[in-house]
Design a protein around this ligand. Structure first.
Ligand code: SF4
Ligand code: SF4
Length: 433
């Protein structure tokens, strides 16, 4: 067992910042920008400048392995194709759609009458057709997990959200508890599994409170509290806690599929109303904004607009000087400006005042090794990476690094140790080919 007696650490969550307000709908931005990229795949546009589009209409797609479609998240007119900042930290091509504020729905969006009769194959097809991806940050097309040849006995819904500051999953569950339960049962049917486990952080009693009334109807759904340490939301950690088993590459090897809670909620709408993935929750938080909030927004909404909805920046903070993180502070990506768009994997933008740090050398304190949940020695891996010593990287198990960011978080010298370890891991993978 990798995580037996898992270390991990308790981190000051800063989650209260966003919890002061319930989830806020921000469903009618003036313009959205639908990225023409999904993970590393480029999507081909299916619309031209000047076209009118309706909510839910296919606007771009890519075939082959990982095939995926993107849909218009508002109704309006295609104005242009232009480059926008994206959570990957890069500028990517996107379809600019100007809102006509008529909220016209594509013909595909209507109540599905025969939900109870849908077969396993039909449910997987709905997942594919809706462009559903892992909203926890992975962005992997969800249907691929369900096309496994393995026998699946359990679907785990990951509602742990262990990164500090992040509350979008939590607030989405509180608002849409019934949809979470329904989405999970459709996932169970799509996997032909017999059990659903919803894993949540043990202190989130509100999650239990909102889900419990529905559980009486479903004897095969279990709530599973996970202890409050980071990185308790890691897929491998949760699977091991729930099943007592570990796996090599995919949880399906041991009969398990894991989905993020927001993904299950969106899937409920896809099954019952044929609504594709067109919106998601996103938290705008951190010490740099006046009133952190979590919004439910159409994909393609500009983050700068959401920062305005939070009352803007704190007094004296120049937006050009702020630090921005797309995602959680542990595994998220530093981005340059607030002018990025909300895409499927973006659960939060953290805004922090600029900090001046000096970067002294490693003190040799060993704290990074103490906290590593998979028992690595990050400093040794860093040295092996710098020497490009593949044999030593292998001996030091660099490939086991989960890139959880704990070693950098704990380091009193602010050494970018996670970056070095993950580069060592990548070098080892490349060298092994
Ligand atoms: S990033 Fe890798 S080396 Fe650092 S603590 Fe996490 S698993 Fe360990
Ligand atoms: S925590 Fe930082 S200073 Fe301490 S051994 Fe690791 S890299 Fe060096």
């Amino acid at each position: 067992m990798i995580f037996h007696n898992a270390k991990g650490i308790q981190i000051d969550g800063r989650k209260d910042m966003c919890k002061k307000h319930p989830l806020i709908d921000y469903l009618n931005p003036d313009t959205v920008y639908i990225p023409l990229i999904q993970r590393h795949l480029k999507l081909k546009p299916k619309v031209d400048v000047g076209d009118s589009v309706k909510i839910g209409q296919v606007v771009a797609e890519v075939g082959g392995f990982g095939a995926i479609t993107s849909h218009a998240s508002i109704s309006g007119e295609v104005k242009s194709f232009k480059k926008v900042w994206h959570s990957s930290g890069k500028m990517v091509e996107a379809i600019e759609i100007k809102n006509d504020f008529k909220n016209q729905l594509d013909d595909r969006i209507k109540e599905v009458k025969n939900v109870k009769e849908l077969t396993r194959e039909e449910l997987v097809e709905i997942m594919k057709d809706s462009g559903l991806t892992g909203l926890g940050g992975a962005g992997f097309p969800s249907y691929i997990k369900y096309q496994t040849k393995e026998d699946i006995h359990t679907v785990i819904i990951n509602a742990v959200e262990c990164e500090p500051y992040l509350t979008c999953d939590y607030q989405f569950i509180i608002r849409f508890a019934e949809k979470l339960i329904k989405g999970a049962t459709y996932m169970q049917r799509a996997a032909d599994a017999n059990k659903i486990v919803i894993a949540y952080k043990n202190y989130n009693s509100k999650v239990v409170e909102v889900l419990k009334p529905y559980l009486e109807k479903y004897s095969n759904i279990e709530l599973f509290p996970i202890k409050d340490i980071y990185p308790a939301g890691w897929e491998k950690y949760i699977v091991e806690q729930v099943t007592g088993k570990t796996y090599s590459t995919l949880p399906a090897e041991i009969g398990v599929i894991v989905n993020n809670s927001a993904t299950a909620i969106i899937f409920s709408d896809a099954v019952e109303r044929n609504i594709p993935l067109i919106s998601r929750p996103v938290s705008i938080t951190g010490e740099g904004v006046k009133e952190p909030k979590t919004f439910f927004v159409p994909l393609g909404t500009k983050v700068s607009e959401l920062i305005d909805q939070c009352g803007g920046y704190v007094e004296g903070l120049d937006p050009m000087q702020a630090n921005y993180i797309a995602g959680g502070p542990m595994t998220g990506r530093a981005i340059l400006i607030d002018d990025l768009v909300v895409n499927d994997t973006l659960g939060a933008v953290i805004v922090k005042p600029f900090e001046i740090r000096d970067y002294p050398e490693c003190l040799g304190c060993g704290k990074c090794a103490d906290v590593c949940p998979v028992y690595l020695t990050p400093t040794e891996i860093k040295k092996a990476y710098e020497r490009k010593d593949l044999r030593l990287l292998d001996l030091l198990d660099a490939s086991k690094c989960m890139e959880c960011g704990l070693c950098s978080y704990i380091c009193p010298s602010h050494v970018e140790i996670t970056d070095a370890v993950s580069k060592g891991k990548a070098l080892l993978k490349k060298g092994a080919k």
